[in-house]
Design a protein around this ligand. Structure first.
Ligand SMILES: Nc1ncnc2c1ncn2[C@@H]1O[C@H](COP(=O)(O)OP(=O)(O)O)[C@@H](O)[C@H]1O
Ligand SMILES: [Mg+2]
Length: 268
């Protein structure tokens, strides 16, 4: 963590932060975290600690439990073992909406947009909702503040020229960027990105990689991604998951040099 270009004062305003031995506030901690479905431990005894501003890559083969771990952190699934702590508060029993209010946002592996309406409206709905899965269709979303913020977020993902386009008419790459905009709309403190580059062309991948690199340095990012070129350029620390368990968890180079990583993930 010592090489991070990150000012610890950036998070000093978050009164719930706890201090880690690295002297960076820990924003997310999982302790003994697990879930089982019909006796199968899909996430098993996971310990994880992520500091403010960290860019962490979560690697592992298909079925390793990566998305399920995101679900446990964001509250989409409730743990059957262990705890999730966000900004120093135990949120294990809290709903998705409540965790979102604390500053957690996520994207989904499968695109989940309102396809028949505009990009702007999608972001406005996300802004109103606390979480975009719990929006109130009768609330007003045409206020000037909400409009300004929505346009700013779309600009952040380079979709400012498309605000009035209908989502269904957008390219896949634009939809992926819109998903990221929805996650950013709530001004989150930690963002969970589930395969943000999946299905994108080479140029779109580089574009998304560049805009992720341009995100504020105090925003904490936990990313699942298989595009090694972009993900490894981006990540500072890596956690390798296999069979629901953490196998290796360290700084990027240590993880890449570890023979278990090569065997499990890189296949050689
Ligand atoms: N709701 C569920 N019920 C039963 N099994 C599930 C459920 N969700 C995920 N699984 C299983 O858990 C394993 C891990 O899934 P997932 O977290 O999606 O893996 P990854 O994202 O690493 O590819 C898979 O074998 C999957 O079939
Ligand atoms: Mg997955």
């Amino acid at each position: 963590m010592s090489d991070m270009a990150f000012s610890s004062s950036a998070c000093a305003t978050h009164s719930n932060s706890v201090l880690d031995t690295d002297a960076q506030p820990v924003v997310l901690r999982a302790s003994g975290l697990g879930i089982q479905f019909g006796g199968l431990k899909v996430v098993d005894n996971v310990d994880l600690s992520i500091a403010a501003g960290e860019r962490r890559l979560l690697l592992g083969p298909n079925g390793a439990g990566k998305t399920t771990l995101f679900n446990l952190i964001a509250g989409d699934l409730r743990a059957t073992a262990g705890t999730v702590t966000l900004f120093g508060q135990d949120v294990t029993a809290e709903s998705t909406a409540s965790r979102a209010r604390r500053g957690v946002a996520r994207t989904y592996q499968i695109i989940t947009l309102f396809r028949e309406t505009t990009l702007l409206r999608n972001v406005q709905l996300a802004l109103m909702a606390g979480t975009r899965r719990r929006w109130n269709p009768w609330a007003s979303f045409d206020g000037p503040g909400s409009d300004r913020r929505a346009r700013d977020v779309l600009e952040q993902v380079e979709l400012d020229t498309k605000v009035h386009s209908i989502v269904a008419n957008c390219s896949y790459g634009e939809m992926r960027r819109l998903e990221i905009a929805l996650a950013l709309a709530q001004s989150p403190r930690i963002v969970l990105l589930d395969e943000p580059l999946a299905g994108l062309s080479g140029p779109e991948r580089r574009r998304v990689g560049a805009l992720l690199s341009a995100l504020p340095r105090d925003l904490t990012i936990l990313m699942i991604e298989h595009d090694m070129d972009i993900a490894l350029a981006y990540a500072e620390t890596i956690t390798v998951l296999q069979g629901g368990r953490v196998v290796v968890d360290a700084d990027k180079q240590t993880v890449l040099d570890d023979p278990r990583t090569r065997e499990i993930y890189l296949g050689h």
